[in-house]
Design a protein. Structure first.
Length: 212
């Protein structure tokens, strides 16, 4: 085979390689870009759901702690201003309500009234969110009644407040367990002896007593 033929074949081979690079190169870049975009979108969704989960925990805790501090003041014989109490409770309750409402972004419906569809809470959490609202609402009601009375707590009223607080703590504990299970699913958290091996939620460091 002459040198001319070899040269022609070499030129054709180089042209084919160049053409293949021009064709497949952009395709590889496009596929990588799509994968990176999909990864970023998935990460953003997980971070948004994690934020909503944290808010459900922290806002219900804020509401609960406000009521617990009020009860403690009443037990110590301190007077509590009803207007200030109502304002603080309204803010705490609305924040918790909003956090639970935003769970709809994650496909979790929480029944708030006797109307609407479906008729009961659904999704990975079951009915615990509704129970939290009911328990905290009941605790708010009995605590407010004690504030309005403006009298030292007798044993019966103190016991009624303690039972209501225990019920709220139990409901929050169940919700916290459901929230941790959800975090385990979306973040790959491993639970060991009731604690997560991943970084704790922001309000964990302050401690939450037996409620989790």
């Amino acid at each position: 085979m002459s040198e001319t033929v070899y040269g022609l074949l070499g030129a054709l081979g180089g042209a084919l390689i160049t053409a293949a690079g021009a064709y497949w190169g952009p395709l590889r870049v496009s596929a990588a870009a799509r994968k990176a975009a999909a990864n970023a979108e998935g990460r953003a969704r997980r971070e948004a759901e994690t934020t909503r989960i944290i808010l459900m925990r922290t806002t219900t805790r804020t509401w609960r702690d406000l009521l617990a501090r009020t009860i403690q003041n009443l037990e110590l014989g301190l007077l509590v201003d009803i207007a200030a109490f109502d304002e603080a409770v309204t803010t705490a309750r609305n924040s918790a309500q909003s956090a639970l409402d935003h769970a709809l972004h994650d496909g979790i419906w929480i029944q708030q009234t006797g109307y609407g569809y479906p008729a009961a809470p659904s999704g990975p959490f079951g009915p615990d969110q509704l129970r939290v609202l009911t328990a905290l609402g009941r605790l708010t009601h009995v605590t407010r009644a004690a504030v309005i009375r403006r009298e030292p707590l007798d044993d019966d009223r103190a016991e009624a407040l303690k039972r209501a607080l225990d019920a709220a703590d139990e409901a929050r504990g169940e919700l916290s367990a459901a929230l941790l299970n959800r975090l385990e699913q979306i973040m790959g958290v491993t639970v060991i002896a009731g604690q997560a091996s991943a970084p704790l939620l922001p309000d964990e460091s302050a401690g939450d007593g037996p409620t989790g």
